[in-house]
Design a protein around this ligand. Sequence first.
Ligand code: ZN
Length: 376
Amino acid sequence: MYVCGITPYDATHLGHAATYLAFDLIHRYRKIQGASVSFVENITDIDEPLLERATRDSVDWRTLASDQIDLYRSDMTALHVLPPQDFVPATSVMDLIDDAITVMDRNGFVYQLDGDLYFDITTFLSDLPLPLPDAITAFSEKGGDPGRVGKKHPLDPILWLSHRDGEPGWESSHGFGRPGWHIECCVIALRYLLGEHYLESTGTGPSIDLQGGGSDLVFPHHFMSAAQGAALLGRPFAKDYVHSGMVGLDGEKMSKSKGNLVFVSTLLSDGVDPVLIRYALLRDHYQSDRMWSADKLSRATEAVTKIRTALAREEVVAVQSTSQAIVNAVANNLDTPAALKALETWAQETLDGNSLVAGGAGELSRLIDALLGLAL
Ligand code: ZN
């Protein structure tokens, strides 16, 4: 499983948290099934937004990145997100990116424009997930340069950007510069999931099982990394894609341009119990676009208080059918709203005091901890 990680300049808002919780559920579910899960996540620690923020705040981009990575890790730990086996910064794989571009070039997918290298997307245009004019708009909004004169196609993404004044750069066989965003994820996913010799098995061979991220990554990011992966492998990059919905605030889209991002670290420093943040986010389905509000947190607090009280009781409503309902709900496309509803119903019935039996709360408590990451 490969999940697109953060660009470390304003980690971790609730949209990030919701995304990583969704993949944490998949990770937990597969582990409980007995699978050995290889889970890789990148860190986009070199990209325009990071450099722009560092310039704005007059800090070194490396210091900004490293501080934000530390903050992200501590937020994820607080939210009980199981860490990836490999958490790979883009800046650590420059040699792999160099090699991949060489192979893509040999396969006929690379061209040069004033010293910059572009990926020729034409072969993959029939797979575009949205109409071309919309794709061009989305590409432009998410860091692409559809209007640059001299490109073969407006949607061709940058692979290697030659050095610009005042920016960091790396030596490579394609000149001094830095990589584009999509090639980074493509190469990290393939190298860390398929092994160091992945470039040697073109044609038949494995693909990665799953690429994941927020639904804002469907296009261009996942489309582009899939195209580049296919150009390298001569076969599909990933078998499946999973995307989580977006989180808004009080009826509005949450975005850095609106300045209305809610950060996990802010909630934590305000004294919010992290399990309540996790619980509140799991009350909505991972694929749904949803709104965050203070009210969500108070309703989660109410529910968690009841559940904790019920779990502490010696005599509770028998847990078997509730446990089964929770497992079934999670197995059904991670239906956490249904799982938590079953749990809340059990808690209410236990507190109501009808048909109680001795014991069983411990078993239920261990199940929700393992499956849902809720240590209550
Ligand atoms: Zn990515």
